[in-house]
Design a protein around this ligand. Structure first.
Ligand code: IVH
Length: 679
């Protein structure tokens, strides 16, 4: 077959076709959160475009999807003047002040008609202005002091939520010049992943997603921004030259969205200050489940004509208000650092804090993880620190901010030489960890091991909680988990706060726990690194305890998801004579389980895709994920037509809405547990 040179017109047409197609799929994916094609197909289009552009570099245009990252880092930043200044918002902290806001508006408008408000989350990120000319992204700038900002186009171009070209909309074409404003932010999950990676490589970590977003946008090299999880929500229109804007802000949002700009899905139009307050309360409930940080709700008069009439104060509009939520970062003082002993003897430093209200709760302790973390923070007792509690995560010290001239004495933190619970020597265990050498002699380790054995995912002994275990270990009534099955009514009766009825209930619960399952039993043994998911996989693979106990390193490593470290822990655990004796005594006391039927138990959910959203209260998200995966299911981050089930806990938001919209079955956590037990 002879080769015909392809005409330049055909190349041009093909380039245009591919670019338009990719822009369209970017819009479906990033703006509408509703992809039409799988990722691999998108990648294929992208590769095709790249190949064609490589063959015809003279035809590359700056708005091509391949050109998000320009080639050269900048030498410095150029200043940008905002023709229309970028204002900030006045703040209120309670409902009463929000009512006053409405009273003031009514007075100014000299009207007592109902007022409609556009309500949105107040995103904790960086304010940015985007300028589009004839639909092309011409310039992106920071807010700066409101009048003069900095040109950050090179970095903003790398953000996939930001269209390089606006979409055509047959009904309402975009104006010749359009300036939209919004907030660039880093997703929570992206921030956590980026920091975790930075910790591993020893690179700089960021204190919170907002600092990370701001720090990224300040970089001269766009390759850095391209590699970071930045996103944008648009929240207002500045310059608008062309066909008229619709009469309300909420309709403008719909229009912006139709042009490919991303607007917040949590927005709502409500009538009156009371309804704004109800919106803010609902949003506060959902705060922890959003994948981005918010520090309040923004309440704006929806009708643009009324906005014009109300006008501005010196720095803030009269038609808008920020309703602030409780802070997720506050400062406090470290009173002391104590050392806790974990189930396997690991010593964890914990900061005792001057109690503070942060992220909606009072916090008086924060884990410091290990000595390396203390060194990284440069923390000493007496320091003033920033404590952060965002979402549902445990409180964390993120920064030391003790002033230079502080009068409070600072005391360096030192790892004790002997265990605070049993006095045994503390020895190093790995690079940054320390461990109590006391083993089960150490009451702290014993308590933790017993607590773990009785926990919900293990033998699930109701009534045998932390306080009771503490008493039983301290009185030497429990030396190991096998002793649980020899507790008697008389013994229990002698304990504090133990009525006859609760003693009987406890004995009944213990008796019930004798009949268990192999995965629960394995998990309950507390072998390091063997969580619920691994216990399940091990049980499925070996079918019975004897086979597992006699498996060697190689046989264990042959199990899916079991690596050399986990395998070594298992071998080490079962080679210990004390551990084998405890297992023997447990079985002698009547603890039993049916052997696991191999194949039929595994992979029953193969081909099914689950999405978990909202807060799970009875298990962690990781546990839920592990259990689903162990049964062969896939767990995805977003809802699409391919989703089989959505598990929604309290605070579920847009993912739940999407599931309802796409008619995908939803179950709550209780139904999910039953589902897991019967799968
Ligand atoms: S509207 C004139 N809407 O909050 C009104 N601002 O102090 C302009 N912000 O600098 C702002 N989310 O960076 C608006 N949904 C939202 C917002 C929002 C975050 C930031 C913005 C501004 C600051 C107000």
């Amino acid at each position: 077959m002879s080769e015909h040179p392809v005409s330049p017109q055909r190349v041009q047409a093909e380039l245009e076709r591919l670019r338009a197609l990719i822009h369209h799929h970017d819009y479906r994916y990033h703006t509408l959160d509703a992809p039409e094609i799988p990722d691999v197909e998108y990648d294929r289009l992208f590769l095709q475009l790249e190949a064609l552009e490589r063959a015809h570099p003279e035809l590359i245009t700056s708005d091509s999807p391949t050109q998000r990252v320009g080639s050269q880092p900048l030498g410095g930043f150029v200043q940008v003047t905002h023709d229309i200044p970028m204002m900030s918002l006045a703040k209120v902290f309670n409902g009463e002040d929000l009512q006053d806001f409405e009273v003031r508006i009514r007075k100014r408008l000299d009207s007592d008609a109902d007022i409609e408000y556009s309500c949105e989350p107040k995103i904790d990120g960086v304010a940015v202005s985007l300028l589009y000319e004839n639909g092309r992204l011409q310039r992106a700038a920071t807010r700066g002091d409101g009048v003069t900002g900095e040109d950050i186009t090179h970095n903003v171009r790398t953000i996939r939520d930001v269209p390089l070209r606006l979409q055509q909309n047959a009904d309402t074409p975009f104006p010749a010049r359009l300036e939209v404003r919004g907030e660039i932010y880093m997703s929570r999950a992206g921030f956590e992943a980026m920091n975790a990676e930075a910790m591993k490589t020893g690179a700089r970590t960021f204190v919170n997603p907002r600092n990370a977003a701001a720090g990224t946008l300040r970089q001269l090299d766009p390759a850095i921004a391209a590699a970071r999880p930045l996103h944008m929500f648009c929240y207002s229109v500045g310059i608008f030259e062309g066909a008229g804007l619709p009469p309300t802000l909420s309709e403008s949002f719909t229009l912006l969205q139709s042009w490919g700009l991303r607007v917040n899905p949590e927005r709502a139009v409500v009538t009156g200050a009371d309804a704004c307050l109800a919106y803010a309360d609902r949003l506060l409930q959902r705060r922890a489940s959003l994948d981005y940080e918010i520090d309040g709700a923004v309440i704006k008069v929806d009708r643009l004509k009324l906005q014009d009439e109300l006008g501005f104060n010196a720095r803030t509009p009269r038609w808008a208000m920020a309703y602030k939520f409780p802070a997720e970062e506050v400062s406090t003082q470290v009173r002391d650092v104590e050392f806790q002993v974990g189930r396997t003897g690991t010593i964890t430093p914990v900061a005792r804090l001057e109690p503070v209200f942060v992220g909606g709760v009072t916090v008086s302790n924060a884990t410091l993880h290990n000595m390396a973390e203390i060194a990284r923070l440069g923390l000493q007792i007496g320091d003033t620190v920033i404590v952060r509690r965002a979402g549902d995560v445990i409180p964390k010290i993120v920064q030391v901010i003790t002033p230079q001239d502080s009068k409070t004495p600072r005391i360096p933190v030192q790892m004790p030489t002997h265990c605070p619970a049993c006095g045994s020597e503390i020895e190093p265990a790995g690079e940054v960890l320390f461990r109590c050498s006391g083993g089960l002699v150490c009451p702290a380790q014993r308590k933790e091991a017993i607590r773990h054995f009785c926990a919900r995912g293990a033998l699930d002994i109701e009534g045998l909680g932390e306080k009771l275990i503490e008493q039983l270990v301290d009185r030497d009534m429990l030396r190991d988990v096998a002793d649980i099955f020899h507790l008697s009514g008389e013994e229990l009766a002698g304990l504090e706060r133990m009525a006859e009825k609760s003693a009987n209930n406890l004995l009944a619960a213990i008796d019930k726990a004798r009949s268990t399952t192999l995965p629960r039993f394995l998990f309950g043994l507390g072998i390091p690194e063997v969580g619920e998911a691994t216990a399940l996989v091990l049980a499925q693979h070996f079918g019975n305890l004897e086979a597992l106990q006699s498996a060697d390193q190689a046989a264990l490593e042959a199990v899916e998801d079991v690596g050399p470290i986990v395998a070594a822990h298992i071998v080490h655990f079962f080679s210990n004579a004390d551990n084998r004796e405890v297992i023997r005594r447990l079985q002698a006391a009547g603890v039993h389980w049916p052997d696991v039927e191999l194949a039929q138990q595994s992979q029953v959910l193969e081909g099914q895709t689950f999405v978990l959203t909202g807060t799970l209260e009875l298990m962690t998200r990781d546990e839920a994920k592990a259990r689903l995966q162990a049964l062969g299911a896939k767990v995805a981050g977003s809802v699409s037509k391919k989703t089989t089930w959505v598990v929604a806990g309290p605070g579920a938001g847009s993912k739940l809405d999407k599931a309802v919209e796409l008619n995908i079955p939803v179950m709550d956590e209780a139904q999910f547990l039953t589902f897991l037990q019967t799968s």
